[in-house]
Ligand binder design. Sequence first.
Ligand code: CUA
Length: 411
Amino acid sequence: MGRLNRLPTSLRQVPALVLAAGAVTLFSGFDWGLHGPQSTISAEGPVAQSQLNLFYVTLFVTAGIFVCVGGALAYTQFKFRARKGDENREPPAQTHGHPLIEVGLIVVSTLLLVIIAIPTVRGIWYMNDTPDRENALVVKVTGYQWWFNFEYPDLGVVAANEMVIPTGRPVHIELRTGDVIHSFWVPKLAGKVDLMPNRANHMWLQADQANYYWAQCAEYCGESHAKMKFRVISLDEPEFTAWVEHQKSDARTIDPAAAAAAASRPRAEFAAQSDATDIGFAGSESPFAYWQEKQAEPTPGSEDVDLITSGGEVFKQRQCIICHSIRGSAPGGNVGPDLTHFGSRTTLAGAALENTPENLHRWLIDPHEVKPGNIMWRDAYIESPSYNTKYAETLTAEDIDALVAYLSSLK
Ligand code: CUA
């Protein structure tokens, strides 16, 4: 401490300040902003956990190297600094390295690389082989500019932009693209894997608990890449089974005769769950609770049946049906997402917007404004390129009001 005493008072306080700041951040529960909805630091499944462990191994090894090298550098800078009167001294004897130190550094570097390599290779094998294949749920994921299609081949279910999975069971994911390269990324459940043209990739993930996860395309894929998001919802097994049964059913209709049949359809009963630490949707206690609310049918009599019926007609008569399908009511193309149960999703437009009537209105009036360059706008624009109101002139305001009511009713 003798040398420290020679420093000016303000400099002597630096170590104490650093220690105090470290203690405050460590013990105050300050999370460094690292636990947001797309954080890889808060892993919630075995694949993400194994990748997080590998990250920590690498972090600690490299942090150790940084402290040793940086410490040695700082020590020599301080110890051998120029002092008063040094100008006239001879430079110290010049040597060409020290064999023991050089061999030692090579051995230590090799050892450190081995320490990183062993868990890396183990992690690569682990994420490559889906465990318990017979019991695993298979989901075929196809990326398009700019949305994700989720097909469950063993269950006969097709969904878009929101992938629902069971908890505690491996999900084997087959990754394909319908156009350019995309990348499938659910930060809290597993690292990124690309969807490549002419190549079948696969991965697996598993969620430990029922929750609602943010996810997105992680490979630049055109002008709306940043809007190519999706969600993963994990459900306990009974709720998952109920969800599958409901998804298999045809679209909801509110024709009085069909309404009676619809009432007897199986529906998921959801226990109240809380996830208050994540970003919430307005009016709901958590995104997961919001998703659960979205599954419920509207209170009988609360809907404008005439408007919904005319929306169904607009859907069939205008160009919607060329690209989109509504099973049971309006079977159509499969160029765009299947909309059979659109009203039960929390998001729309490739999860770029929350699924509210206001946002659906905004999306239908001008899809280009929400997701620039998307095919829905492009095709409408080609139909009448002389306008810059893009989509608006192909659908009247009444059409859009009716479509919003109709699509929102498709629980
Ligand atoms: Cu798809 Cu970026």
